[in-house]
Design a binder for this molecule. Sequence first.
Ligand code: CP
Length: 318
Amino acid sequence: MHHFTNVTDIGPLDLAVKEALEIKANRFGFKELGRDKTLMMIFFNSSLRTRLSTQKAAMNLGMNVIVLDVNQGAWKLETERGVIMDGDKAEHLLEAIPVMGSYCDIIGVRSFAGLKDKAEDYEERVINQFIRYSGRPVFSMEAATRHPLQSFADLITIEEFKTKERPKVVMTWAPHPRALPQAVPNSFAEWMNATDYDFVITHPEGYELAPEFVGKARVEYDQRKALEGADFVYAKNWSAYADPNYGKILSTDRAWTVDSEKMALTDNAFFMHCLPVRRNMIVTDDVIESDRSIVIPEAANREISAQVVIKRLLEGLK
Ligand code: CP
């Protein structure tokens, strides 16, 4: 594997999950693979899980790790070509990227959508510039339109907890006070559509995701109907994708909050969320604290998904 930005980069999912479970059972078994190799993790946005789990995964593989918070201590970066740099941005990404590449063997990048210009966000300018100019294998630690390390961890978690060959997985929109990107729901949909699960997306009208991510999923606007018989409930907020409302909040209706009454409609479903989560906006305290909530094992599997991806990138260096 040379880069990891979406579900197709990982190859057959059954093999990826098998490898993940093997690594989970023996996470220090490949320590020699990363000896004298350096991972550089570059964050344009905040993180708790991605930073810690990816660093831990790289350490499990014997790597050295450098972490750069672009917004804390680095020069402010210009990303547009052709700009006269007479403002506060002291360095251009086009020099910064190859310089960063010269100090490491593999690069992880986190760069969220700006939610102002849909075309700019959906062309994935930042991570694609890293792929083009760093000279290194690059993996996404959440880009503008996808969060594949999260989705891979979600898949591993579902495979571990499912009791049916073909579970019903429902991704439900839920309210949030701030406008959030579509990266997590896009990516989750992309990965679920690559399985044979019964996959349903529910959201208020106006929150339709890009058709290429909805794919073969069933869309149901009635949340209660969607949740009937669900085996997994995956809650997430996202801002509007469709024009003219791209990046906007259309609703903060707490009738969409996942509560115990909604969970009672399911087939004793497990509750999932990528975290961080706003309690009593996205999900009530009692649901997230219930014995059907698997948000902690889901987050723990971030270490495993990252380790599979970095291991494969290291193998690709040879
Ligand atoms: N789920 C996730 O990516 O968490 P962080 O934003 O804390 O990394």
